[in-house]
Design a protein around this ligand. Sequence first.
Ligand SMILES: Nc1ncnc2c1ncn2[C@@H]1O[C@H](COP(=O)(O)OP(=O)(O)O)[C@@H](O)[C@H]1O
Ligand SMILES: [Mg+2]
Length: 661
Amino acid sequence: MKLNKFITQLNPKAKPLASQEEEWSKALAAGIVSVKDIIAPPAIEVDFDFIKIGTTYYRTIFVIGYPRYVQANWLSPLINFEHTLSTSMYVYPIEAKGVLDDLKRKITEMEATITSDIQHGHVIDPSVQAALDDAQVLQDELVKGQERFFQFGLYVTIPADTLEELDTFSKQVESTLGSLSLVPKHATLQMEDAFKTTLPEGIDHLYITRNMDTTSLATTFPFTSSSLTSNTGVMYGINEHNGSLVIFDRFTQENANSVIFAKSGAGKSYMVKLEALRSLMFGTEIIIIDPEEEYKSLSDAIGGEYISFDFDSPAKINPFDLSGVYEEDENELGLKILSLHGFLKVVMGKLTPTEDAIIDRALVATYKAKGITPDPTTQKKEPPLMEDLYKALIGMEEPQAKGLADRLEKFVKGSLIGIFNQQSNIDIKNTFTVFSVKNLEEELRPIAMHLILDFIWTRVKNDIKKRLLIVDEAWYMMQHADSATFMYSIAKRARKYYLGLTTISQDVEDILASDYGKAIVTNSSIQILLKQSPASIDKLGEVFYLSEGEKHLLLASDVGEGIFFAGPNHVAIRVIAAPDEHALVTTDPKELLEMRQKSQDVLKQFEEPTGEQPQPAVQPQVQQARAPVEQPQTIPVPPQPQVQNQPQPTPNPQQTIDLPN
Ligand SMILES: Nc1ncnc2c1ncn2[C@@H]1O[C@H](COP(=O)(O)OP(=O)(O)O)[C@@H](O)[C@H]1O
Ligand SMILES: [Mg+2]
């Protein structure tokens, strides 16, 4: 400023410095390439009926006529049109006062028309009568403030590479609009304004509108996704339509069951692990059947109990166990024998009616030999074993009994002797218990899963708590009709015992082909579909009533993306995890290796200066994790697979199993 003054004093005609600066910067700016220059098309050609920008042709259509009745989402054929379209909707709120005056005048006019018709002995024009009724209803609602008044404009711009294509697409769009009882018109001679109207600027250059009340206007909303955000529950993911959180409490539904179907690797187990982890923090007990050993690191990290069944593992379950709890009107032994029938059919295969009868008698005799009868007081005695049934069959006179004994033999003394030939020695005491059957032979897995489910079910009935029972790879259970029936009976009765059953499967067709599978689906309030294969999409579409758009979404979705059905709500969901959670639940071998490497590096640092065992690094984690429910804030501890060569900090199944005295 001082300099400026000085210059003016020297030469009063000289321009002040500030304006000179402006000029220079203008000159400079003119020579700089701006973003506009870069993105601008080389040319724009405005014709009567199209506009050509660069090499692309555009045509804009506006709508002048609307149907009398519309229902929700009626514009979806336009929104889901199979070609790129730019659609703009303009909504102008109108002052009710002016509208009411107009309406009053119109109503008077129409009433006058009708009266004069009557006076002249003419038949009343039904269209006038209908319009009068509508106007009166609208007047009534506006006066009461139930409805508000709006004007609505709808414009669609169609892009195409050639003029022929443009004509074809225009025809298709017009016929789609026509099928919705809309009357479309080309914005002839106004293509430039019309094009600008559909730019995301929000400026309506055409202003071709139609009156609408609030209800009709609401039906034009193109994204009829409901948001699923409740005040309670756990976070399942992000709603892909509107970015809101999907927070949901499955225990608020008529049943707390859920099914999850998707291709292998689509993120089913990942999602369920997150749900389990988050539910655990709200005091829900978690029980998991894990055929693929996918839940071990999670269980270890949060201090859960991981019970692995294999040949020589100490964990045993006796199928003959009785709950020992007497319930009014319930013949516990009778029910047990019934459920053993189902189990034995899974073990031995199909049974003829004679064989079935023999088994029945053998079962009763086996219990009787141990002093157990339908009298509840006898049912606390030590239950028989598989071996006792085998002996009972051998001792029977019928020739078929011998055959049955032979079929049972390999499970009692043969090659498949495994987890169910001794008294039970496990219990569900931890709030997070996982049963693994990965180390069993393929053939034994469905049998073991059936048995474990039966064991869990007995415990669940004995002691009612808020629980989630997760059955991963549930298609194992669907292979046998009797296991499928059993799963279904659990799904049906779970609600009574405050239990939510989660059924996970990649084999959608198998599950949906079985009547029991379908019944499990219909008995699950929550249904989650993640990425699907083209082979199963049609079947799924039928069972879940998927729209074409939803089918496309499921075919094209990424890992962790899909649709969440809760009662009448459908939302597109993306499952997300916090970094700490991700570290706990991922099964990506690359990530696991990296984590292991990282923790080994950390351990090395500890070792170098002192040369001591790195106890402090892992010890606190175990103590914190022991009580995950009471101290939820301590959960996000990443798994420590690195400690394999160190003293195991996590509970070892062998330590936590109650071995018989
Ligand atoms: N929402 C997600 N975000 C990030 N990674 C995921 C997500 N869902 C799954 N993954 C990863 O994808 C892989 C497969 O997931 P997984 O749950 O094991 O699939 P599935 O059980 O369906 O076969 C895993 O490595 C997992 O870490
Ligand atoms: Mg899985």
